[in-house]
Write a protein that binds this ligand. Structure first.
Ligand code: GLN
Length: 205
């Protein structure tokens, strides 16, 4: 069976995720394809979705307007695996407050019982890279690229913490959902994209 992966192409790091996913598909020898998706109809046909980094307020508002937000929520609730990266992980949360601005009204998918702090490590100029370990998913070493990254300040007990950096939660998993504060598509390492593809494969079977 061929798997159909989509990268939400509303705003953000779309092309980089297409390239990383294609490389991960090739490396694993999985029969599948990866495409840009924008509309509710595109999303309804997927086996797995990547919500890329970018600006969560923009991604939320535009996906609300074209109804893709609603379809994403339904599909993920039905078990479609999703990988939320940075702004993408923000979209998955129940609560996302900005470190400086506090609560702002932004559309969220509300699929993870987590409270998240946006821009938790500072602004664009405070971007940094750091070594991250995700031992529980057998990725002991990963170069984390953090750009206006969020962190998770509160997580319900059903959330598996995959990684912390400076005591802050920066990678999580719950069933068919994974999220990272950092940007794996901006490195050459596709091990997280491979992990996600294996998750999609196991759910598609
Ligand atoms: N700070 C951005 C937001 O809150 C996320 C940044 C990113 O995705 N690199 O949406």
């Amino acid at each position: 069976m061929s798997i159909n992966i989509g990268v939400l192409a509303i705003q953000g790091d779309v092309q980089e995720n297409i390239i990383s996913t294609q490389k991960a598909l090739d490396d694993l020898g999985i029969d599948g394809s990866v495409t840009n998706v924008k509309t509710a109809d595109d999303i309804s046909k997927l086996d797995g979705l990547i919500i890329p980094g970018g600006e969560s307020t923009t991604i939320g508002q535009l996906s609300l307007v074209n109804s893709s937000l609603k379809v994403m929520k339904e599909k993920i609730e039905q078990g479609m695996p999703v990988f939320g990266i940075c702004a993408g992980m923000i979209m998955l949360a129940k609560i996302a407050d900005d470190r400086i601005m506090g609560k702002i009204n932004q559309p969220l998918l509300n699929l993870l019982d987590i409270k998240l702090e946006r821009n938790s490590f500072g602004r664009q100029k405070d971007s940094f890279e750091a070594e991250i370990s995700m031992d529980s998913i057998k990725i002991p070493k990963f170069r984390g690229v953090f750009i206006r990254a969020p962190s998770i300040s509160e997580a319900n007990s059903d959330i598996e913490v995959l990684a912390k950096f400076n005591e802050k939660i920066v990678a999580i998993k719950k069933g068919n959902i994974i999220g990272t504060s950092f940007h794996p598509e901006l490195t050459k390492d596709v091990s997280l994209h491979k992990y996600f593809l294996n998750l999609v494969k196991s759910f598609a079977n």
